[in-house]
Design a protein around this ligand. Sequence first.
Ligand code: PMP
Length: 431
Amino acid sequence: MTSSALSETATLDAAALRADFPILQQEVNGQPLVYLDSAATSQKPRQVLQAEYDFLTRSNAAVHRGAHTLAAEATDLFEDARATVARFVGARPEQLVWTSGATLGLNLVAYAISNATTGRGAPASARFALAPGDEILTTETEHHANLIPWQELAARTGAVLRHIPVRDDGTLDLDAAGGLVGERTRILAFSHVSNVLGIVNPVSELVDLARSVGALTVMDACQSAPHLRLDLPALGVDLAVFSGHKMLGPYGIGGLYGRSEVLEALPPFLTGGSMITTVTLDDAGYLPPPQRFEAGTQPIGPAIGLAAAVRYLDDVGLAAVHAHEARLAARMRDGLVGVPGIRLLGDAPGAERVGLWAFEVAGVHAHDAGQFLDAQGIAVRVGHHCAAPLHRRFGMTASVRASAALYNTEADVDAFLDAVSGIRDYFGANA
Ligand code: PMP
């Protein structure tokens, strides 16, 4: 990264940053690549690859147990990475559990609650036990990863699912939410930012609502962690998850943040090596968090790579990243609303957003639109984006989603808009 790309102010030089992302230098289908699919997975800067390479070529060893020098070095790097990523989300190291990603983090929580329900865990775990008729509240906007684990937990425990509705403009209906919360509400699971609507949800209102009835809050921060400065303890959520690969980091690594009091009381999900105190043939004692939730050999290289990714984001500055992406989102919106036949999802006036828009093109299937854009080197996502109930709510089965990151430029957005304006003509939908 050149020094001109780095700034403490709310500006960044995306064109300069791009030098750090080798993949963006190429042509696709004979056109310069315009990568607008970062909500699915982000591209990774050289610094992340280098951190993993350095670890694997200089310090690779299994952590925590070894008596040798490399094992000690690897342990230091691994735990430094935890401290770095924890700090990035405002947390202390012991409040950050490594997971393979958000999906595992959410399943971990749901299965830990299941285990508490069957009487496993310390006496403190009993507070999480669910009884038939207890309620788990999610929202209509959730990614399947923040929906299906709760469906399964409800099926295992006899709990009942409720859903906060979404308004036509993409905002959550908090009036309805107030009516859905009651003394049986035990869990409120919601996303910080929906991966389809791009709107930042009102976390403090949701947390207050849950707290008013003593419900546990679980926040899916997948789509906020790469774009907004997060202070998870200040947001007041009990638990939160994120995926490294969406925030410039490697695949196979992510985080589960928990308030200490909550993590200490939760029983484990996966069990095995590295998470125990003493073991007999019939019984085992478990380590405190975060190790209690990290059974087996961990993805050490990816954790070190994720630390390099969040250092990169920190060097650029989250304020600058957010401001840049907000400018790109506004430019995208201005262009898209001017194209006949485009229907935007979640176009709530004045809503705080990240840099993504999902939309429908009248008379053209999302997959056709996606292929048309791809032929021009423009990478977007098409389908239900793992949020089928949300699409059904808006009367559609699929949408096109363009999602920006810090390395996108105004030229990317303009190339995208220019191509989008040709979709309906190409498919004869204007006829
Ligand atoms: N939640 C949201 C809002 C997401 O966008 C995604 C990824 N599309 C996930 C959860 C799941 O993340 P992962 O596949 O990395 O576990």
